[in-house]
Design a protein around this ligand. Sequence first.
Ligand code: ZN
Length: 213
Amino acid sequence: MPHRAASTIRELLDRNRQWAESRAEEDPTFFARHAAGQAPPFLYVGCSDSRVPPTDIVAAGPGDLFVTRNIANLVKPDDIGLRSVLEYGVHVLKVEHVIVCGHTECGGVMASLADDPLPGFLGAWLHSLRQLAERSREELSTLEGKACVDRMVELNVESQVRTLAQLDVMKRAWDSGRQLQIHGWVYGLDGGRVRDLLTLTAENQTQEVIAAE
Ligand code: ZN
């Protein structure tokens, strides 16, 4: 059945009631289990885009992913919201994998390639992405339209993964012998498939590993 978008708050609340009832019916201990605590193996850093719902795209459920999202899935060392999610996810929940997931047709990435920066907070937020686009100008100038945006989406994910690997929160986990991995993904809005771009581990964190599709 095609998905019908909800447009009113009433609809959302009705859907919530139906969801809660059907979950409890299918799995009577579902809510009791979750009330007892969480132990997700994955921490997901993604874009706020409504078309890329983290739990849905990997057919996961409540309790599977510890999530933070922002425009264009950026990892900024001075973002205390992100840093606190990382601290809690890596050192308290002890996730085994951190996933940075970008996506095709990303509005934030497109804005970073536009001639003029966006005004206000959006422009300030995307400043570092514009700098990355500037540093990659030579390569990007050989590409046009969708190919250029797609490549910038990849460059962005790679850059955020690399920044993540430099943070002390990761270094501490690796130094203590944990087999924590950082993964860079790109979700394709055309078809819904995730492409696994690179994985950094305690052993290879200083080098890039581009995996085959
Ligand atoms: Zn996006």
